[in-house]
Design a protein around this ligand. Structure first.
Ligand code: AMP
Length: 318
C-alpha cells in the first residue's frame, strides 16, 4: 500500500481484511510503498508521518507484526535493484496500455506522465517477486499490475533460470468499494472516503451526505436499492443481516434515505469500534510502533537479499 495518509474503508474491505485473514495461512510480507507514493506526489515532507499513520491503521486492523514483517520499500535497496533489472524485460508499449495508470492519469489530470510513474507496475513486480510471493491480496484496480508481474516473472524465468513463482491476485467480496459521492471507487484523491480513524460523529455526518437513488426524493417515494450504493455496498458489507428488510422497506417507501443512512452509519461505527480502540493504544505507544518497523525491515531485508543472490546467480552477475 502507498503511504498517502490514513486509510479508508476501501483499503480495509478491498485489501487489508484479506491480509489479516491470510496471515495465519501464508507467510505474509506487508510493504509500505513509499517509493510508489512519489509517482503521484513528489513532496516527501509528510512521507514518514504518512507511513507511520498507515502502519498504525494496519496494526489496529489486526496485522500481527510478529508473524508478518512490515517494512518500508525505501529501506530495502534490493527493491530498487530488482526494479532496474526487471525493467529490461517489459516494453514501454505494454506499460502504456496499463488501464490502472490510464485511470490515474485521467483522474489526477496528469498531462505528462513521468518515467517512474509509467514504471509503477515494474516496481510493484519487484516488490512481489523479491519475496517470491505467490498470492497478492489486492483490490480490483491492482489486478492488471499482478498480471504484468506474472508476465515479467515468466520472461525472467525463460530468459535466465526459474527463480520466481507466477503470482496470483486474491480479491475480497468487495474488490472496489464505491465512494460516498457515487464514484466507482472510494479514494483519497476523490475526497469521497470514510477513514478508519474517523470519529463516530464524522462518520454520521459523512454518511448523511452519501448519494442515494436520485428518483427517491421524498421519504415515501419507492426506492431502487439495486442502484443505491448505501444499500448494495455499505449495508451489504457492514449490515448484512438487515438486507432483506431494508430491500423491502426501501421499495415500498416505508424507509426513507435519511433513516437508512443513519442506520448504515451506526453499523459502520460499530464495525470500526475495535479498530478505533486499538488505534488509541498504538497512538499512545509510538515507540513500540517504531520498533515494529525496524524489526520488520531487518527481517524482510534478509529475505530480499537471499532472492537477489538467486537473481545474480541466474543472470551470472558478479
Ligand atoms: P493504494 O492506496 O492505491 O496503494 O491501495 C492499496 C490497496 O487498497 C490496493 O490493493 C487497492 O486495490 C486497495 N484499494 C484502494 N481503494 C480501494 C477501494 N475503494 N475498494 C477496494 N480496494 C481498494
Amino acid at each position: 500500500m502507498r503511504p498517502t495518509g490514513k486509510l479508508h474503508l476501501g483499503h480495509l474491505v478491498g485489501a487489508l481484511e484479506n491480509w489479516v485473514a491470510l496471515q495465519r495461512e501464508y507467510q505474509n510480507f506487508h510493504l509500505i510503498a513509499d517509493y510508489h507514493a512519489l509517482t503521484t506526489n513528489l513532496d516527501t515532507f509528510k512521507l514518514y508521518q504518512n507511513s507511520f499513520e498507515m502502519l498504525i491503521d494496519w496494526l489496529s486492523a489486526g496485522i500481527d507484526p510478529k508473524i508478518s514483517p512490515v517494512f518500508r520499500q525505501s529501506q530495502i535497496k534490493e527493491h530498487a535493484e530488482l526494479h532496474l533489472l526487471l525493467s529490461m524485460l517489459i516494453t514501454s508499449a505494454r506499460l502504456e496500455r496499463n488501464p490502472t495508470v490510464k485511470e490515474q492519469v485521467r483522474d489526477l489530470n496528469i498531462e505528462n506522465i513521468s518515467y517512474g510513474h509509467l514504471g509503477y507496475p515494474v516496481l510493484q513486480a519487484a516488490d512481489i517477486l523479491l519475496y517470491k510471493g505467490d498470492v497478492v491480496p489486492v483490490g480490483e484496480d491492482q489486478v492488471p499490475h499482478v498480471e504484468i508481474t506474472r508476465e515479467i516473472a515468466r520472461r525472467f524465468n525463460a530468459q535466465y533460470k526459474k527463480v520466481f513463482p507466477e503470482p496470483e491476485a486474491k480479491l475480497t467480496k468487495f474488490p472496489r468499494l464505491p465512494g460516498l459521492d457515487g464514484k466507482m471507487k472510494m479514494s483519497k484523491s476523490a475526497g469521497n472516503t470514510i477513514l478508519l480513524s474517523d470519529s463516530p460523529e464524522v462518520i454520521k455526518k459523512k454518511m448523511s451526505m452519501a448519494v442515494t437513488d436520485p428518483q427517491k426524493i421524498r421519504k415515501n417515494d419507492p426506492g431502487r436499492p439495486e442502484i443505491c450504493l448505501v444499500f448494495y455496498a455499505y449495508h451489504q458489507k457492514f449490515n448484512p443481516s438487515e438486507i432483506p428488510q431494508i430491500d423491502r422497506d426501501c421499495r415500498s417507501g416505508a424507509l426513507g434515505c435519511v433513516e437508512c443512512k443513519a442506520n448504515a452509519a451506526k453499523h459502520i461505527i460499530e464495525y470500526l469500534k475495535p479498530i478505533r480502540e486499538k488505534r488509541a493504544y498504538f497512538e499512545a505507544h509510538s515507540s513500540e510502533v517504531k520498533d515494529i518497523l525496524i524489526d520488520g525491515e531487518s527481517r524482510a531485508r534478509i529475505v530480499a537479499q537471499e532472492t537477489m543472490k538467486d537473481v545474480h546467480e541466474a543472470m551470472a552477475l558478479g
